[in-house]
Write a protein that binds this ligand. Structure first.
Ligand code: GDP
Length: 365
């Protein structure tokens, strides 16, 4: 399954945020197949549609879908030179599918800042540079050999050399690989390099307790937003300290507290949703009397592949997917109503599942 790694300099609030994730998160006991690793936090994906479907169908049980965050500690300046836990840090990043980069925007004299002052852009650049340097090394490991082959008019090598050169130029200008445009063909080769800076990223601006309501007026958050928009990246603003308090509350208590704070959705919930999208994940539902359930699939999956997430037998014996969109199901009020109105489609093997599809799979055993 896909996972997002949480990174950031020391003392920016990573652990506080990660604790909020594990607190709010699903008890590992409910997910016996999930990895039991202290650095992995399982979160339930907040989705109002699931509540609405539960009201409609009144099942015995409702099951949200989940995914994982990985806490990646140990970045220090010089990681790419193997300093500190540098190598370990980089290999952990290599294993995740996307990056959530926590940036300190809160001022608190009691909390030491590693570089002496709150300066979010310099913090971001410090980490990004380590990743870029590690990628430059990856590219340079191939560069000379491929250059030589390219000179000998090796067709593949010529093509690869072009891409390597493009990457090298970008890295030398301290630009991440994700900022470069590649053709689909080139991208295949780029993917084979397993670069760190090609992974999608979002920035988590961690603000102080009293700053959560005036994000617009927060100069540091604005700086992060400007920086991120140049990269086409998203920014989520949280107050990690408050998130860790919210995470201890459930349902109604949580809503009351959010209302008191004057915020509509917790930063953590926003972060979970944004990360889910960044990973290219989406949700379809099954809605039976026994169970209403949300399932995570990768955007671009066909109906049989999506069925395989429930059970491999569903994929192997796939016949068709009876599908209705969430909106149409809600509009018609029931599965029967949707069917009467011709809103339930019969989709075959080629169908690409869409976010919000409510599906009943037909299969042979
Ligand atoms: P990490 O090193 O990035 O994991 O940072 P921690 O989560 O351990 O946080 C470092 C210190 O900053 C701790 O004393 C936290 O209580 C404090 N801290 C984290 N988030 C906030 C915040 O939003 N506001 C304030 N005032 N302090 C915070």
């Amino acid at each position: 399954s896909l996972t997002a790694g949480i990174v950031g300099l020391p003392n920016v609030g990573k652990s506080t945020l990660f604790n909020a994730i594990t607190q709010a998160g699903a008890e590992a006991a409910n997910y016996p197949f999930a990895t039991i690793d202290p650095n992995v936090g399982i979160v339930e994906v907040p989705d109002n549609r699931l509540n609405k479907l539960t009201e409609l169908v009144k099942p015995k049980k409702t099951v949200p879908t989940t995914f994982e965050f990985t806490d990646i500690a140990g970045i220090v300046e010089g990681a790419s030179k193997g300093e500190g836990l540098g190598n370990q840090f980089l290999s952990h990043i290599r294993q995740v599918d996307a990056i959530c980069h926590v940036v300190r925007c809160f001022a608190d004299d009691n909390v030491t800042h590693v570089s002496g002052k709150v300066d979010p852009i310099s913090d971001i650049e410090t980490i990004n540079l380590e990743l870029i340097l590690a990628d430059l090394e990856t590219v340079m490991k191939r560069y000379d050999r491929v250059a030589k082959l390219a000179k000998q008019k090796d067709k593949d090598a010529g093509y690869e050399f072009e891409v390597l050169e493009k990457l090298k130029d970008a890295f030398e200008e301290e630009k991440p690989a994700r900022a470069i445009e590649f053709t689909k063909e080139q991208m295949k080769f780029v993917k084979s390099l397993h670069l760190l800076t090609i992974k999608p990223i979002l920035y988590v601006a961690n603000v102080g307790e009293d700053e959560l309501l005036d994000v617009e007026g927060n100069e540091n958050v604005q700086k992060v937003k400007d920086f991120a928009s140049n990269e086409g990246a998203e920014v989520i603003t949280v107050c990690a300290k408050i998130e860790s308090e919210i995470a201890e509350l459930d349902g109604e208590e949580k809503e009351m507290y959010l209302e008191e704070l004057g915020i509509e959705e917790s930063g953590l919930d926003q972060l979970i949703k944004a990360t889910y999208h960044m990973l290219g994940l989406a949700t379809y539902f099954t809605a039976g009397e026994q169970e209403v359930r949300a399932w995570t699939f990768r955007v671009g999956m066909t109906a049989p592949q999506a069925a395989g997430i429930i059970h491999t037998d569903f994929e192997r014996g796939f016949i068709r997917a009876e599908t209705v969109t969430y909106d149409e199901l809600v509009e018609k009020g029931s599965m029967a109503g949707a069917r009467e109105n011709g809103k339930v489609r019969l989709e075959g093997k080629e169908y690409l599942v869409k976010d919000g599809d409510v599906i009943h799979f037909r299969f042979n055993v």
